[in-house]
Design a protein around this ligand. Structure first.
Ligand SMILES: Cc1cc2nc3c(=O)[nH]c(=O)nc-3n(C[C@H](O)[C@H](O)[C@H](O)COP(=O)(O)O)c2cc1C
Length: 314
């Protein structure tokens, strides 16, 4: 496995490689924020992202929760969309109609049993997927996501079967809402996971003080945006300290400087979600440009020089 492989010219080294999954820059669009249709890929590429993660897909179609499903709070959003998606069969048909694929596509999957994951992967293997991200961390849907993602044995069985059926790299996406994030990531790594995305949204709730009612139809949702950045940094740092696995940092990245902080904590690349909702897709390219300028100003040739640098201060 090579991270931040050297390229030509005097260009700064910002690529990211995980086996045969290669990104020209370390900034991905995070899962879920721009909806479920893969045909947005060319626009995401044009905006400057290195890769795109799809909304999470399940074996069968899911309607999700009724409105309201998203509420804006100070420094972020709380959402409980309920993992609405058309199901793997409809999704793979849509994927097959993608005419151009200028950047790699990571398909996010969720399910409640190992067999659901292997069935979904089997159906997707003949399509143009570059990597799978197993969403073991959605904080507001019962029997999937966090309910499986906090049990090391369940995580291990899901990762093992996913690796058995997949010819592409497999990432797991973890939550901060677990007692020991290191235990879960270690179980995933020992079972063959190629990388970890940290973190998903953080369990949260908002109440309307006039009516006294919780605002989201599901009552509880997941907090995202700048409000969760410091939690995500702590998670990346702890994983990087204890587990030797590529980390994709996610949570509250709005500005290039946030991405740098994630690299210093131990991430090799990053995902951006909520910032796209309030600043538009162009924020992805702005973050990439900012990272390059920072590296130039600090005479850093490759991102690898930054990754985990904060660990030397213990
Ligand atoms: C509206 C919305 C929908 C999301 N849907 C998904 C999803 O389907 N699967 C998933 O793994 N994460 C999902 N997420 C979580 C994001 O991918 C990301 O992990 C989280 O929001 C933290 O990053 P951010 O602060 O940059 O948004 C969603 C987040 C939001 C705000």
């Amino acid at each position: 496995m090579k991270l931040h492989e050297k390229s030509n010219q005097n260009d700064l080294q910002v690529s990211f490689q995980l086996k045969n999954f290669i990104m020209n820059n370390p900034v991905m669009l995070a899962s879920g924020v721009v909806g479920v249709h893969p045909d947005i890929l060319p626009r995401v590429a044009e905006a400057g992202a290195g890769a795109m993660v799809t909304k999470s897909i399940s074996m069968n179609p899911r309607e999700g929760y009724r409105n309201p499903t998203v509420v804006e709070v100070e420094s972020g959003y709380v959402n409980a969309i309920g993992l609405s998606n058309p199901g793997v069969n409809a999704f793979s048909k849509e994927l097959a109609t993608l005419k151009e694929k200028p950047i790699p596509i990571v398909v996010s999957l969720f399910g409640s049993t190992p067999t659901e994951f292997s069935d979904m992967i089997s159906r997707l293997e003949s399509s143009s997927v570059d990597c799978y991200e197993l969403n073991l961390s959605c904080p507001h849907v019962e029997k999937v996501g966090l309910e499986v993602g906090q049990d090391p044995e369940a995580v291990s069985s899901i990762v093992k079967i996913a690796k058995k059926f997949s010819s592409r790299p497999v990432l797991i996406k973890v939550s901060s809402n677990i007692t020991d994030i290191v235990e879960i990531v270690s179980a995933a790594k020992d079972s063959g996971a190629d990388g970890v995305t940290a973190i998903n949204t953080v369990r949260a709730m908002v109440i309307d003080i006039e009516t006294g009612r919780p605002i989201l139809s599901n009552n509880v949702g997941g907090l995202s945006g700048p409000a969760v950045k410091a939690i995500a940094i702590r998670c990346v740092y702890e994983i990087s300290q204890k587990v030797d696995i590529p980390i994709i940092g996610c949570g509250g990245i709005t500005h290039w400087s946030d991405a740098i902080e994630f690299f210093l904590a131990g991430a090799s690349c990053v995902q951006v979600g909520s910032a796209v909702a309030y600043k538009g897709l162009d924020v992805l390219g702005e973050i990439v440009d900012g990272i390059k300028k920072y590296m130039n100003n600090h005479e850093i040739k490759e991102i690898g020089e930054l990754v985990g640098r904060s660990h030397s201060y213990q």
